[in-house]
Design a protein around this ligand. Structure first.
Ligand SMILES: Nc1ncnc2c1ncn2[C@@H]1O[C@H](COP(=O)(O)OP(=O)(O)OP(=O)(O)O)[C@@H](O)[C@H]1O
Ligand SMILES: [Mg+2]
Length: 316
């Protein structure tokens, strides 16, 4: 049975002009899943998240959370969601504990057991002035504030930015635990490893345009394979790399070693093997395909992804 949709973004467009903003983005986050929203700087992650929280009115599109229209229900949403902004604004005049108490009062809820657990987990001393806190400490304070009421839904904009590697790992384990406790999580990131470690569904956005959505498990099962083919003759390698192959893609050429690298979708294997018929191949090996490869390919301009059309998405 399909789980209930908690966050529903349909055809969101926010046009800031000059090609900036987000364009026709759709996202569905189901109850109990961890959804990764992955994209480079300026891709439109924070813009999308701010619209989900209802802080900004879309130019076009429908955005609902718990079935409520976001823009008209910001306060209700803030009360029910653990939200971590990309750039948390914490009043500098308070000390850490003062800020946490203020947030508890605003939500009308106080769960000190949970608060102490989080302060301990993230190793944060809240009894110092916010002004004197380091960037990472302020970040931790915002993380604790987002989680301290133990909300069922978490919306986290680049949650590990500013955290050191040890704290990033603590955070990743924490997210995995939260997922086990049944939480629904949407997190944005430009770090593939944290999304790979935590998320069930992953969406990639670039230049405001949704590029692809896929299940992390599908990628892990190796739906797409990368092969290195070492040719005996350089001219064969060059000719093979220069030929347009309709059902798979040449992603690299090393003339010195006469190696051509290709990406092939597993159900199009046969086409790939046929393409090697009659060519003198010295060696042939498979490289495991990772989310990192997949993500990096979207950083490169004018990249086509032959054979990857099996994943849902629209490409520029
Ligand atoms: N209020 C605004 N007015 C005008 N342009 C904006 C505004 N907010 C965002 N933009 C533009 O929209 C695009 C997307 O910005 P956004 O902050 O959503 O990116 P992001 O994916 O969160 O990036 P980062 O990883 O750097 O946080 C950028 O080109 C940005 O300059
Ligand atoms: Mg951002």
């Amino acid at each position: 049975m399909e789980e209930e949709v908690i966050i529903n973004v349909e055809h969101l467009t926010k046009d800031y002009g000059y090609g900036r903003g987000v364009f026709d983005v759709s996202i569905k986050v189901h109850k109990g899943e961890c959804y990764g929203y992955l994209g480079p700087n300026g891709a439109g992650k924070s813009t999308t998240i701010r619209h989900i929280m209802g802080f900004s009115k879309p130019t076009k599109g429908k955005i609902e959370i718990f079935g409520l229209n976001s823009f008209n229900n910001t306060h209700k949403i803030l009360a029910k969601v653990g939200y971590l902004p990309g750039e948390p604004a914490i009043p500098l005049g308070l000390d850490g504990m003062g800020f946490l108490r203020m947030m508890q009062d605003m939500r009308g809820e106080r769960n000190d057991e949970r608060l102490n657990y989080l302060l301990d987990l993230f190793r944060l001393n809240p009894n110092v002035s916010v002004k004197s806190m380091s960037l990472g400490e302020k970040r931790k304070l915002a993380v604790v504030a987002a989680f301290m009421n133990d909300p069922d839904v978490l919306i986290l904009d680049e949650p590990t930015s500013g955290l050191d590697p040890v704290m990033q790992q603590v955070f990743i384990h924490f997210i995995i635990d939260e997922k086990k406790r049944g939480k629904t999580i949407l997190l944005s990131s430009h770090i593939f490893s944290e999304v790979d470690a935590t998320c069930d569904t992953i969406s990639i956005i670039k230049d405001g345009i949704h590029v692809s959505t896929f299940k992390a498990a599908d990628l892990k099962e190796g739906d797409i394979a990368t092969y290195n083919i070492r040719f005996r003759k350089l001219e064969d390698a060059k000719k093979y790399a220069g030929t347009k192959h309709p059902s798979f893609e040449v992603v690299g050429v090393n003339n010195g070693r006469k190696i051509v690298t290709v990406k092939v979708k597993r159900d199009l294997y046969l086409d790939f093997f046929k393409s090697l018929r009659g060519i003198n191949v010295a060696e042939f090996s498979e490289k495991p395909f990772t989310l990192q490869d997949y993500f990096m390919s979207f950083y490169k301009e004018e990249k086509t992804f032959a054979g990857l059309s099996g994943v849902e998405g629209n490409k520029k």
